[in-house]
Design a protein around this ligand. Structure first.
Ligand SMILES: Cc1cc2nc3c(=O)[nH]c(=O)nc-3n(C[C@H](O)[C@H](O)[C@H](O)COP(=O)(O)O)c2cc1C
Length: 247
């Protein structure tokens, strides 16, 4: 399992990190106007080819996350939009942090009682979308989700800072709560409960694996001639078919 970056996230990092310098946008409109945008006249980039991506799209996507971590200046280059659809066909989307991946697929962690988890349990098809502005890159993924085996969730949970582990017990994610004080009081209660012991992983908190059947790499080109390389297969375990799509 490739894991990155060191276990951290909005819940682990109390202080804000430096922001990336704004990227120059040659075609940018004046402030407040929605005019021509940077994509119209983007700086030339080397064209993206299937060969450059290799034959494993999960590894290629992880490599793009790693490059964004080095070059984009983003605080969360592993932030990804997770889109779900419930049993009535109603879509929803939210950001989660990609915590790794391997030959099985992409990995993220959440509360198994959250709104997203309830939807995924009933309707496991999901999509991921990454976008790295500074890199001019997007990755789209579709596939089925399943819970990560408990021992792997345990291993990840144990790697988290104690405060985050307490927080996993304290928050009934996606449920209403009266006010911020009530949330903090709940945190302190949990902290007191575990004062003399390790904080174990709650059974309702853990990972999901998304096993991809579609992974599309988009790279910004000049004059809207963007590169799109799609990997697809009917089911996980099949060989990937690679094709170039028109932008
Ligand atoms: C940068 C960022 C990273 C986040 N990472 C996670 C995460 O890894 N897991 C998670 O459950 N929620 C994460 N969240 C919060 C989710 O976006 C969302 O608010 C929460 O999971 C509840 O969603 P739900 O009600 O659809 O279940 C993150 C939010 C942001 C903005």
């Amino acid at each position: 399992m490739t894991e990155f970056p060191p276990p951290s996230g909005p819940d682990d990092i109390p202080e804000p990190a430096p922001q990336a310098a704004p990227r120059s946008a040659p075609g940018a409109a004046p402030a407040g106007a929605l005019g021509p945008n940077a994509l119209e006249a983007a700086a030339p980039r080397p064209p993206l080819t299937p060969d450059a991506l290799g034959d494993d799209p999960v590894a290629a996507a992880l490599a793009w996350v790693a490059e964004a971590a080095e070059q984009s200046g983003m605080r969360y280059p592993n932030a990804v939009t997770l889109a779900t659809v419930d049993a009535e066909g109603r879509p929803d989307a939210r950001i989660v942090l990609l915590k790794g991946g391997d030959e099985r697929g992409f990995l993220f962690f959440t509360n198994y009682r959250s709104a997203k988890a309830r939807v995924l349990e009933a309707s496991p098809n999901a999509a991921l979308v990454f976008y790295w502005d500074a890199m001019g890159r997007q990755v789209r993924v579709r596939g089925r989700t399943e819970r990560l085996p408990a021992d792997e969730s345990d291993a990840y949970f144990e790697s988290r800072p104690r405060g985050s582990r307490v927080g996993a017990w304290a928050s009934e994610q996606s449920m209403p709560i009266g006010d911020r004080d009530a949330l903090e009081a709940r945190y302190h209660e949990v902290e007191a409960e575990f004062a003399d012991t390790e904080v174990p992983r709650p059974a309702h908190w853990g990972g999901y694996l998304l096993r991809p059947v579609d992974v599309e790499f988009w790279s910004e080109g000049t004059w809207r001639l963007h590169d799109r390389i799609r990997f697809r297969r009917s089911t996980p375990g099949d060989d990937w078919i690679t094709e170039r799509l028109q932008p």
